[in-house]
Design a protein around this ligand. Structure first.
Ligand SMILES: Nc1ncnc2c1ncn2[C@@H]1O[C@H](COP(=O)(O)OP(=O)(O)OP(=O)(O)O)[C@@H](O)[C@H]1O
Ligand SMILES: [Mg+2]
Length: 552
């Protein structure tokens, strides 16, 4: 293979250089490979017929590349989607509007389930591509021309090589600024581990793989991971399927801005954890309060940078009846927390910054999004794998009081929404009363008996009433409504606890009692009788209030 030839050429060049190096005052001077530091070092080894021996007191290269390459494979990407995100970040930063991810079986494997080490993942973009120098630098660990730059997604020079070796044993990099001139280089974990490859191979011209050739734009880059041996799933379709949702969430803002991302030719749909974009088919949440905006002094003293925080409330009334599976599929269940969005890309999702508020089930029903500039990476504790935040105490002191207070308010609003639904839903007592009513003698003197359809239906409502009674009764079109007065202590001391408690029997008994009393009132038809009943209810309410309010 051409790549392997490249590797050999590099080794030969290195081997040729050795005698000259050894003449340098008895010290060996090498180019430090792998990290590409190209720094002159004293060689800590010398060769004997029995192998390599350390010279006591000699200097060591900063990095033992053959071991480092294996150790860094365990950088700890949360999964393949987070690793692929490093490549997508680079594509987007190179101005790509179309980023195509492919998960395929590796060459020479026709089996339906690919062997673990034979899955290949490729990312093909239509970005601006790289020149020879940038390409040569790109596969170095720490190699970047934008080191420390805070204008975009990348700044560490680690994303490409680190994510690549975390998932695969070989990464090939093709790039072109015109279709006739494709440049190529690669990194092979096994060759490095065997010390056969000690530099990033010098870029050479090479044709794109045939499958990519037909898809490539005028400019662009192709990153190809082969021998992917760290995937959680072996079936390529499963790997692809599992990648779409996390990518849709991570890149939702960029997809909304027009970037197209696809996995195996299926477009990645934006996933909005805040549920406020109707075009995602998940609309329905509403904003809570106004956006909180902070202008923060950059930790590195480079002026100020912005943080914005917003909240949304999910429609409890509309979605609370969905099945648990559907709630899980839509991301409602277990979705409590804040989405942390850095430079337009989500880097974490969690409960950080909520102060001392503990996470409860009710918190699934509101959402938060914290957007920040890379300038504030140190405050948010963003590391080079860009898949988590660990806010510093300073940032916590700045944001947590506001976020915690909003979290508590939203939690109680959700709780209230559930309670109100519980109250307005037909209770067992109203259902039983509706069913049993026909068996009773007529409630009004003129009603025929036995009563034919339509049946009388019963409903219990709650409202803040003006009068002294603890409930009110009305019948319209065969619907008997009892309204419990929320201003009366009966509501707070007896009825509300019965609703919230888990003893359905208490609620049932209480409501049966009130519904029966309400039905009995229907017999009073003449105004004088009705006035008498109203007076009775008011007096009853007064006495009950006095007894309930009385401190023991
Ligand atoms: N798809 C691409 N198109 C153009 N240039 C790219 C592409 N991928 C990588 N590069 C170049 O390779 C360099 C190294 O990429 P890498 O992801 O390792 O580092 P980075 O993006 O600079 O920083 P970070 O580690 O924060 O991602 C980039 O700085 C960029 O110049
Ligand atoms: Mg990068």
């Amino acid at each position: 293979m051409r790549g392997a030839m490249l590797g050999r050429r590099t080794i030969r060049q290195h081997a040729l250089a050795r005698p000259a190096e050894l003449r340098t005052g008895g010290r060996c001077v090498i180019f430090l490979s792998g990290l590409g530091l190209a720094a002159l070092r004293r060689c800590p080894h010398h060769m004997t017929t029995r192998g390599t021996h350390r010279i006591m007191g000699a200097r060591r290269p900063l990095v033992a590349d053959h071991q480092f390459i294996l150790a860094t494979r365990d950088t700890g990407y949360r999964g393949v989607a987070n690793a692929v995100a490093e490549l997508i970040d680079n594509s987007i930063q190179a101005g790509a509007s179309d980023v195509r991810v492919f998960v395929r079986e590796g060459p020479g494997k026709n089996a339906r389930v690919a062997a673990e080490s034979d899955v290949a993942i490729a990312v093909l973009d239509n970005g601006e591509g790289m020149n020879r120098d940038t390409l040569w630098t790109a596969l170095q660990f720490g190699g970047t021309e934008r080191f420390g730059n805070r204008q975009g997604l990348g700044r560490f020079g680690m994303g490409l090589p680190n994510s690549s070796v975390s998932q695969s044993r070989r990464v090939e990099l093709y790039t072109w600024r015109n279709r006739g001139s494709v440049l190529f280089t690669y990194l092979d974990v096994d060759e490095v581990a065997r010390r056969e490859l000690r530099h990033v191979p010098r870029p050479v011209h090479r044709r794109l793989p045939a499958w990519a050739d037909s898809l490539a734009s005028e400019t662009g880059t192709l990153v190809l991971w082969s021998r992917c041996d760290r995937l959680a799933f072996r079936r390529t379709t499963t790997v692809a399927q599992r990648m779409r949702r996390p990518l849709g969430r991570m890149y939702r803002h960029l997809i909304w801005r027009g970037v197209r991302i696809s996995v195996n030719d299926e477009a990645v749909a934006p996933v909005d954890p805040l549920f406020c974009r109707p075009d995602t088919g998940e609309g329905g949440a509403v904003s809570f309060g106004s956006v909180l905006a902070y202008e923060v002094a950059s930790p590195a003293g480079r002026g100020t940078a912005k943080i914005s925080v917003r909240f949304t409330e999910l429609p409890v009334a509309l979605w609370q009846d969905l099945s648990v599976e559907e709630k899980r599929d839509r991301g409602i269940v277990g979705g409590a927390g804040a989405s942390f969005v850095r430079a337009g890309r989500e880097v974490d999702y969690g409960w950080q910054l909520m102060g001392s508020k503990r996470k409860e089930n009710y918190d699934d029903w509101w959402r938060c999004e914290v957007c920040f500039d890379p300038e504030l990476d140190e405050f948010f504790g963003v590391t080079h794998s860009k898949q988590g935040v660990a806010p510093t105490p300073q940032l916590q002191a700045m944001l947590s009081p506001d976020l915690e207070s909003a979290a508590r308010t939203l939690n109680s609003r959700v709780r209230a929404a559930f309670e109100s639904l519980k109250r307005s839903a037909p209770s067992r007592a109203t259902q039983v009363a509706t069913r049993q009513d026909v068996l009773l003698p007529p409630a009004r003197p003129q009603e025929c008996w036995p009563r034919s359809l339509p049946r009388r239906s019963y409903v219990i409502l709650t409202a803040k009433l003006r009068g002294r009674a603890f409930f009110d009764v009305a019948e319209v079109d065969g619907k008997l409504s009892v309204t419990i007065n929320m201003n009366h202590p009966f509501f707070e001391r007896i009825y509300s606890p019965a609703l919230e408690g888990h003893n359905e029997q208490v609620r049932y008994a209480l409501e049966c009692l009130i519904l029966a009393a309400a039905r009995a009132e229907l017999g009073a038809e003449r105004p004088a009788e009705q006035a008498c009943l109203e007076r009775h209810r008011s007096n009853w309410g007064d006495s009950l209030a006095a007894f309930l309010e009385r401190k023991m």
